[in-house]
Design a protein around this ligand. Structure first.
Ligand code: TXE
Length: 495
């Protein structure tokens, strides 16, 4: 997709400091505060971003509200909104390489992955929702002759979108694209550790013709600017991807402010279940390894909990450990790299601590468990397989969010289901079996929003992604994403 020399030419390009985007104007934070952006590739200072104050956030919300109320966007015909969004996608596509490299320097994802999953997904999502919006109809209720019941779909209003650092463009546009397509105004709050690409695509949205104030960006610390957005009395709905503790804070903020709706995607501890009738063990190990180690395991649906039927547990663990130890971990800007950097020092320390604790509790580290390439100044971790993991171990339950997979053997289908569901999370799962009946039984029995069968990952924009249990509520992707951004309004007319 990319050429290595073109990537290398951008590797050290200066990065413009990130500013806020409020009502179409680029601004510093009201008190001038900034945050230094450190690249996980080498620990070097990349640039700064504005650290928005709560007044800045309120300004952004006011700008979004004004844009919504005068219908400068919602009032345009759907086909006109579609045109702007398609132009936006084209502009992003034109900057594909620059955005991919900038994103990698900001969050450490391997470039081959970032090109597809970040910029490619963003362009794809914006086009998909742009194309959808002039195909969504209202309804006429089946009433008696004396009345006409019309069901309108209307944009919700001002949406606060709080997004994480692992796939800022992909996850960001899963929220922005349907929200904007539906006619809402948005205040976007990227993660303080990966804001740069989202700031850039918001600028491109203006260039594409999105009216000022419809998309605003506030960057900065979660506890300051994110919290202010969550507490705003004029935000109608919050859409969020991130950690459980922050999700709880958002619900609390909603209750303490204006009861804004809160949609949460909170990650998981997804079981990847391998039965001894799996058709191709080597292929299953290869795909399962990619399902946990890509983007250094910093993937909400990562298959981080391998459950393997006893007869093949040893062989499968060995295969996973071999793949893990042979993975090319390294410079994320090198096209040959299979796993890049962990996003930050803090995240890396957390990953290592999870492994150390598991060992202390009796688990075996089959491979990895260490920081590597420290001489680069970057934050890299060896892909790690932890075996002999029993359900009472902390690592069986806690989301590591790093390149760490645990292995737990099981006896039969019933035990596989018990172990799979023995988690507070319910985001994703995988089932490997050649038995069609078993595959369907497992799809029903496993409590998760997405169940992969004989594969792991790769579910595209056409299908919903959302969690159950403490993985959250609401859905990104597919037409169902519009449920968060379009309200139903009834008109009851006496004839
Ligand atoms: O998440 P946070 P962090 C998990 C993963 C990871 C952990 C911590 O386990 O190790 O979360 O990552 C904003 N009010 N996931 O600290 O804090 C914050 O600025 C309002 C899984 O990055 O949840 C950022 O924009 N907003 C996940 C966003 O919330 C606040 C992806 C996410 O940050 C806030 C990322 C507050 N009080 C992390 N505090 C997934 N589901 O894929 C923070 N934020």
């Amino acid at each position: 997709m990319f050429d290595q020399s073109a990537i290398d030419a951008l590797r050290d390009a200066p990065v413009t400091p990130g500013r806020l985007l409020i009502g179409g104007d680029r601004r510093e934070a009201g008190d001038g505060a900034t945050l230094v952006v450190i690249s996980p590739l080498n620990g070097a200072r990349l640039t700064t971003i504005a650290d928005a104050t709560s007044e800045d956030v309120e300004d952004a919300v006011h700008a979004a509200r004004a844009a919504f109320e005068d219908r400068r966007w919602a009032g345009q015909p759907p086909a006109a909104r579609k045109k702007v969004l398609l132009e936006w996608a084209d502009l992003i596509e034109r900057e594909w390489l620059d955005l991919a490299v900038l994103g990698v320097r900001d969050n450490g994802t391997e470039i081959a992955m970032a090109g597809k999953a970040e910029v490619g997904s963003a362009v794809g999502a914006i086009r998909w929702y742009a194309e959808a919006i002039d195909k969504i109809y209202g309804e006429i209720a089946p009433t008696a002759d004396a009345a006409l019941g019309l069901i309108h779909r209307e944009p919700v209003g001002v949406i606060g979108a709080i997004v994480p650092w692992n796939f800022p463009l992909m996850i960001g546009t899963w929220k922005l694209a349907p929200a904007l397509a539906a006619g809402n105004s948005v205040v976007l709050k990227p993660s303080e550790t990966a804001s740069l690409t989202l700031i850039r695509i918001a600028e491109l949205a203006l260039e594409a013709g999105l009216p000022k104030g419809v998309l605003n960006v506030v960057t900065g610390r979660g506890a300051r600017c994110g919290q202010a957005l969550a507490m705003s009395m004029d935000v109608d709905a919050l859409v969020f991807t991130g950690s459980g503790p922050t999700g709880r804070r958002l619900l609390e903020a909603s209750a303490k402010s204006n009861l804004k709706r809160v949609y949460l995607e909170l990650g998981g501890k997804s079981p990847n279940i391998v039965f001894d009738d799996v058709e191709d063990l080597a292929e299953a190990a290869k795909v399962s390894a990619a399902g946990i180690f890509r983007n250094s395991g910093q993937v909400c649906v990562a298959g981080s909990r391998l459950l393997v039927q006893k007869g093949i547990a040893r062989d499968f663990t060995d295969a996973m450990a071999r793949i893990a130890s042979e993975m090319r971990v390294g410079d994320p800007l090198d096209l040959g790299t299979q796993a890049g950097a962990v996003s930050s020092e803090g995240q890396l320390a957390q990953n290592l601590e999870h492994v150390r604790h598991a060992q202390e509790q009796g688990a075996t580290v089959s491979t990895g468990g260490t920081r590597i390439m420290q001489e680069t100044g970057g934050t890299y971790m060896a892909p790690t397989v932890v075996s002999d993991v029993t359900p009472d171990l902390r690592i069986f339950n806690d989301e590591v969010f790093g390149p760490v997979v645990t292995v737990t053997p099981f006896e039969d289908e019933a035990e596989a289901v018990l172990l799979a569901n023995a988690t507070e999370y319910g985001l994703a799962a995988g089932v490997w079996t050649a038995n069609l009946g078993r595959a369907h039984r497992m799809i029903r029995a496993v409590r998760a929003g997405v169940v992969h069968v004989n594969t792991y990952g790769g579910a595209d924009i056409t299908v919903p992604l959302g969690g159950i249990k403490q993985s959250g509520n609401g859905h990104d992707k597919s037409l169902h994403a519009f449920d968060k951004f379009l309200d139903l309004k009834t008109a009851w007319i006496k004839l």
